[in-house]
Design a binder for this molecule. Structure first.
Ligand SMILES: Nc1nc2c(ncn2[C@@H]2O[C@H](COP(=O)(O)OP(=O)(O)O)[C@@H](O)[C@H]2O)c(=O)[nH]1
Ligand SMILES: [Mg+2]
Length: 301
């Protein structure tokens, strides 16, 4: 029997819906999603099976004009993920159209390897009228020779099955890369840290989510089948610590509960989650924080 396998990188502006699409394609939540930009910080691999093909979706951080060291490392990781993939899918938000950011990304496609397949996915079609879509598709196809254009709603699921079938057909004949039942390629301690970071991002306002990081410091399997997970939330300032803890510790308690519940559901067993908040003024300039996130510190230079 012949099998196919390969990588499909999803790229686009922050908030285009790359993580939502990854989860939709995989059929499980492997990448965190929020309404805020720059939620995804590193390349997250989600594995989907379509017929005889194993498609490894590479969810990437959004592409934007970076300012901080962390931003630069994120953008490098995104383009690196694209260059290494068999197929690149550029996600565009239907209701926002061809923004300056989209123009910059299309421009950047020129630096990708010769002959690499690049498809276009116009996402969030649930937010616009059909006429808008045709005009947008035409406009974008004049800017770049996309191998195929898809109109989808990652959230509602419209058009994604067709797209998955087409993607499977583009992959080379290769043995599968992962065991049949594996859906993500990220260590469990990192998935757990991401879950907590998602809850923090949803709950905290403005700049704070961009100024913190979460690490799983300790993971202990207990005899009764449960797991004890210790995580540290690093914040950059003393004032931030107070906000993350909240009045009488209520904020951190709610975050911890939400994260624990999700982790328990993911693992299918009981979890004891302990969160600690530490002030670390320079965490954004510490190499170790980057490797914990799955990023290359030097990419931020
Ligand atoms: N209306 C609508 N919203 C969507 C769709 N796909 C994603 N979103 C929302 O867009 C926001 C950003 O999604 P996310 O997957 O985190 O984007 P990413 O930054 O590209 O990974 C979230 O609030 C999603 O719920 C869609 O098809 N339709
Ligand atoms: Mg994302």
């Amino acid at each position: 029997m012949t099998t196919r396998a390969g990588f499909v990188a999803l790229i686009g502006e922050p908030n285009a819906g790359k993580s939502t699409l990854t989860n939709r394609m995989v059929g499980a939540k492997v990448s965190i999603v929020t309404h805020k930009v720059q939620t995804t910080r590193t390349r997250i691999r989600g594995v989907a099976i379509e017929g005889d093909a194993q498609i490894v979706f590479v969810d990437t951080p959004g592409l934007f004009v970076p300012r901080r060291r962390l931003d630069r490392a994120m953008v490098k990781a995104a383009w690196g993920g694209a260059a290494d993939a068999d197929v690149i899918v550029l996600l565009i938000e239907a209701h926002r159209g061809v923004t300056e950011g989209v123009k910059r990304i299309v421009d950047g496609l020129k630096d990708m390897p010769q002959g690499q397949t690049v498809a276009l996915a116009i996402n969030k079609i649930d937010r616009v009228k059909a006429e808008t879509l045709l005009a947008l598709s035409q406009d974008l196809n004049e800017r770049h020779a996309f191998a195929q254009t898809f109109m989808i709603s990652a959230e509602k699921g419209h058009g994604v099955d067709d797209m998955r079938r087409w993607l499977a057909d583009q992959l080379p004949e290769e043995p599968w890369l992962y065991p049949e039942d594996q859906i993500a390629d990220l260590p469990m301690r990192m998935i757990a840290a991401e879950m907590t970071r998602e809850k923090l991002t949803l709950r905290l306002h403005q700049e704070l989510p961009y100024q913190l990081t979460v690490e799983t410091e300790h993971w202990e399997e207990r005899k009764d089948g449960s797991a004890r997970v210790d995580q540290v939330v690093y914040v950059a300032r003393d004032g931030h610590k107070g906000i993350v803890l909240g009045h009488k510790g209520e904020t951190i308690k709610a975050i911890s509960k939400a994260s624990r519940e999700e982790l328990e559901e993911f693992l299918g067993r009981k979890v004891h989650l302990f969160l600690q908040v530490k002030v670390r003024e320079n965490w954004l300039d510490e190499a170790e924080r980057y490797s914990e996130m799955g990023l290359d510190f030097r990419d931020g230079d």
